[in-house]
Design a protein around this ligand. Structure first.
Ligand SMILES: [Cu+2]
Length: 247
């Protein structure tokens, strides 16, 4: 409970510091990524990492402009039943359906209720192995729809273009409507990628991963499910990142 209270305090302080109730100051920073809370990790609660844990999406401490389509956790060991993910806010689980283990057995995921309210979510998971042992872990993220106010509104278009230029996605954060085809074009002489989070697992949405894009090459993906899609370039993962909010 203390961790949650602390995170609420940090959110409130962020609002005050920004001088505007509708904008987070971190939205205009390029490093760290726009969705990352900039306070030390210990202040938002330390994630508990289970044995064989590798990464998760949403990342711990992230403030999202929309509801994640699913919560995804990656491991370096084969998962087995009854591995389970809970996505709780105020004791209510906003996960939808059963936790699923991907065919490669290294990733488990659970869909999230698209109508989930704003606030702080605690993900508690139990990762189980073929020998029947299980280990628990946890992390936190937040949903604040006001963050969408800083996204470029492209909801009036059926097709949207994003430029990969100067090691950035331009525009970095966009709002689109469901069914929109997004085309990324590399305008740098360096190869870039379009990779769904996390890095380097790229598992948030498995089919949204491009090959290497050389200069002037393009990659397209059509977004059919509403929600927030954090993504990055795997060659420049620490600095080159963006978000697609599908409404
Ligand atoms: Cu890149």
């Amino acid at each position: 409970m203390r961790k949650v209270t602390t995170l609420v305090a940090i959110l409130a302080a962020t609002l005050i510091l920004s001088g505007c109730q509708l904008k987070f100051p971190l939205s205009k920073q390029t490093n760290p990524p726009a969705t990352q809370i900039t306070t030390p990790e210990t202040e938002v609660g330390t994630p508990k990492k289970s044995a064989h844990y590798e990464s998760n999406t949403p990342a711990h401490g992230t403030i999202l402009a929309g509801v994640p389509i699913n919560v995804v956790i990656n491991f370096n060991f084969d998962l087995a039943s009854p591995s389970k993910i809970e996505i709780k806010k105020d004791g209510v689980d906003f996960g939808v359906g059963e936790t699923a283990i991907d065919p490669n057995k290294l990733t488990m995921r659970r869909k999230m209720d698209p109508a989930a309210p704003e606030g702080i979510y605690k993900v508690a998971y139990n990762a189980c192995w073929p020998d029947g042992t299980c280990h628990d872990g946890s992390f936190e993220f937040a949903i604040n729809r006001a963050k969408a106010g800083t996204f470029v509104d492209m909801t009036g278009q059926n097709e949207v273009s994003i430029n990969l230029k100067n090691f950035m996605f331009e525009p970095k954060n966009v709002r689109i409507k469901k069914g929109t085809k997004v085309t990324w074009t590399n305008s740098d002489s360096t190869a870039h990628y379009v990779n769904t989070d996390s890095h380097p697992a790229h598992t948030y949405i498995l089919d949204m991963n491009s090959q290497a894009l050389e200069e002037s090459q393009t990659y397209s993906y059509t977004f059919e499910t509403a929600g927030i899609y954090p993504y990055h370039c795997s060659a420049h993962a620490s600095t080159m990142a963006g978000n697609i909010l599908v409404e």
